[in-house]
Design a protein around this ligand. Structure first.
Ligand SMILES: Cc1cc2nc3c(=O)[nH]c(=O)nc-3n(C[C@H](O)[C@H](O)[C@H](O)COP(=O)(O)O)c2cc1C
Length: 175
């Protein structure tokens, strides 16, 4: 898909057909995640790919309150691995960097999924402690987002954005 078409094709999908997605599709999504720009190229992230149906069922209501998530073919749990960045830059800057690294990776994943006709949603509002216990995530990692992915069973309208003039300021002359 052309990049501009892809930008507009991606939208949050919160209902899935339940049809499985393939290993090749998951690999492409993870590959896209790891191509994201990231601080010092430390790649301070880790991704759990939950493809086990019984495990997916356990995400709701404890980890995420709404049960549409159970229809995802996979749930990718995006984790920050802040150790090296915090060691180099201190806690505040390291934490800031790792937040941006994982956000860039998550964006790439959702774009890669959309490029293959798949749908997904970025979930930041979830119970990270329950997620940690469910997947036995070690303390050095911090779960920061859930990304349920599957075949879309809905095509919601594009959500509107503020016009760029409202959210930007050009300083200087552009020709
Ligand atoms: C940091 C972040 C956290 C989000 N958390 C949630 C969430 O917890 N639940 C949810 O349904 N959507 C969540 N979203 C998705 C947004 O609601 C969605 O991207 C936004 O409404 C724009 O719609 P669009 O993705 O279809 O363009 C989150 C998105 C971001 C970037």
């Amino acid at each position: 898909m052309e990049f501009k078409d892809l930008l507009y094709a991606r939208k949050s999908i919160r209902n899935f057909t339940g049809e499985p997605i393939t290993k090749a599709q998951v690999d492409a999504i993870l590959e896209a995640a790891t191509r994201a720009p990231n601080a010092c190229n430390f790649q301070s992230w880790f991704f759990y790919v939950v493809a086990d149906k019984a495990m997916i069922e356990k995400f709701s209501p404890d980890v995420y309150s709404l049960d549409w998530i159970k229809k995802a073919s996979v749930i990718i749990v995006v984790c920050a691995d802040p150790g090296r960045l915090e060691e180099r830059f201190g806690q505040r800057v390291g934490n800031n960097f790792v937040t941006q690294d994982t956000a860039a990776a998550t964006t790439n994943m959702l774009l890669a999924a959309a490029d293959m006709g798949l749908g997904g949603c970025w979930i930041g509002h979830f119970n990270d402690d329950k997620c940690r216990s469910l997947l036995n995530i070690p303390s050095r990692l911090r779960p920061v987002a859930l990304v349920p992915i599957g075949h879309p069973a809905e095509q919601p309208p594009q959500r509107p954005r503020n016009p760029v003039e409202k959210v930007s300021l050009v300083i200087g002359d552009l020709r």
